[in-house]
Design a protein around this ligand. Structure first.
Ligand SMILES: [Zn+2]
Length: 402
């Protein structure tokens, strides 16, 4: 066998399904050609006559698949730190929102920003993720709430993917909130999203999927269904912010639409979990939002386990409810606040997250044929990635073999 690059003397957590736990291989090697994995296994199985153009000795370091952040809103302008400060000083969210705070302050800042300004503002957040071994990022729109501004956000996401080496999946989230100029006229806005925005975004190829915020303070299940059915009809995959603050039967709705993922799920019930498992829809848990908004209701992990639902984790990186740009911290929060195991956390940011983005055939595990996306850690055991907050144990990040 011949390969471009060979990483030797590694502890490889392949995350390959069918192997116990994380599929750990001691004294492992990973070989890649043209950005794809051609071999992964114990060094003793590496064919003796093989030649590698470049060999890298990892001296026993842990190697995992490149991490996948499958739910972010990281392209936006403005800042909500001052608003946070006011809330800490005792002002209510309602009072702040009445003065144009909350999500609408991000909407007006994002509308006022040029595409270049959005890119500039978002780059540090993206860089923070990449610095911790992330190789795939999903980015949603949803702070434009008008076609030209939603487009601008999605184009800014695309520009980020030109500036940095990572795999982008972009999601149109026009149904995030009703724009201020249509306050109280949700029906009219939903009509616009379905008949103008989705067709345009889909035709221009600006998004891989569409998403909606199904909640008492967002869109009703009926409005959500209309948006996601329109998205499906235009060839977009669908995802859903579901059952975060109340049980709207969003998980069941997501399953009935064969969504890639249903995200948040603090209030998911037994029927919702069973529906997700049957539809093979991935549950995406977002511990940053849970932590930052001091939610009281923990997503029912035992129920999800019992029903055999695939569970992913993501940062939900956004300016208001989850100003978090660290997937390692998200794993720690999920372990501490949700009681998830080390294995569940790591699967959540690799194999399961790949499913949440329909990338399971090319990413999320280390197996021949997949993209060679690696995170190489100054760590011996996977538990070290979940245990700490702060020290960044990344040694090197490899995207498509480089
Ligand atoms: Zn979100």
């Amino acid at each position: 066998m011949r390969c471009d690059r060979l990483w030797r003397r590694a502890r490889v957590a392949t995350l390959a399904p069918g192997r116990p736990g994380l599929g750990l291989i001691e004294q492992g090697v990973v070989a890649a050609t043209d950005g794809r994995i051609v071999f992964v296994g114990p060094e003793s199985d590496w064919p003796r006559a093989s030649r590698a153009d470049e060999e890298i000795d990892l001296e026993g370091r842990l190697v995992t698949p490149g991490l996948i952040d499958c739910h972010t809103h990281l392209v936006y302008a403005g800042d909500r730190a001052e608003e946070h400060e006011r809330r800490l000083a005792g002002e209510s969210y309602e009072a702040i929102a009445r003065e144009g705070g909350g999500i609408l302050s991000t909407v007006s800042a994002t509308r006022a920003a040029s595409e270049a300004e959005l890119v500039r503002a978002s780059l540090p957040r993206l860089d923070a993720l990449l610095a911790e071994g992330v190789t795939t990022v999903e980015i949603k729109s949803g702070y434009g709430l008008a076609l030209e501004h939603e487009r601008k956000q999605l184009r800014a996401a695309r520009e980020l993917a030109h500036l940095r080496a990572f795999t982008l999946k972009s999601t149109f989230l026009g149904a995030h909130a009703v724009p201020p100029e249509l306050a109280g006229r949700a029906e009219e806005y939903v009509h616009q999203v379905c008949t103008e925005m989705i067709p345009a975004i889909a035709t221009e190829g600006l998004a891989d999927a569409a998403d909606a915020f199904c909640e008492r303070i967002g869109f009703s299940p009926g409005e959500t269904r209309a948006v996601l059915e329109a998205a499906s009809a235009h060839g977009l995959a669908v995802k859903l912010h579901a059952d975060q603050l109340s049980n709207q039967h969003g998980a069941a709705l997501a399953a009935s639409l064969r969504a890639q993922s249903a995200d948040h799920l603090e209030y998911i019930d037994e029927a919702g979990a069973a529906a997700l498992a049957r539809a093979d829809t991935t549950a995406v848990l977002l511990p940053g939002a849970f932590y930052f908004t001091r939610e009281k209701r923990v997503p029912p992990i035992d129920l999800l386990r019992r029903q055999g639902v695939r569970v992913a984790l993501a940062t939900d990186c956004n300016p208001g409810t989850s100003p978090l740009a660290s997937l390692l911290a998200a794993m720690n929060l999920a372990a501490v606040l949700f009681g998830m195991s080390v294995e569940e956390c790591l699967i959540g940011v690799t194999r399961a997250a790949a499913h949440a983005l329909a990338l399971a055939s090319s990413a999320g595990t280390l197996e021949p044929g997949k993209h060679c996306d690696l995170a190489i850690w100054n760590a011996e055991r996977p538990a070290e990635l979940v245990h700490r907050i702060g020290p960044n144990p990344l040694h090197a990040r490899i995207w498509r073999g480089h």
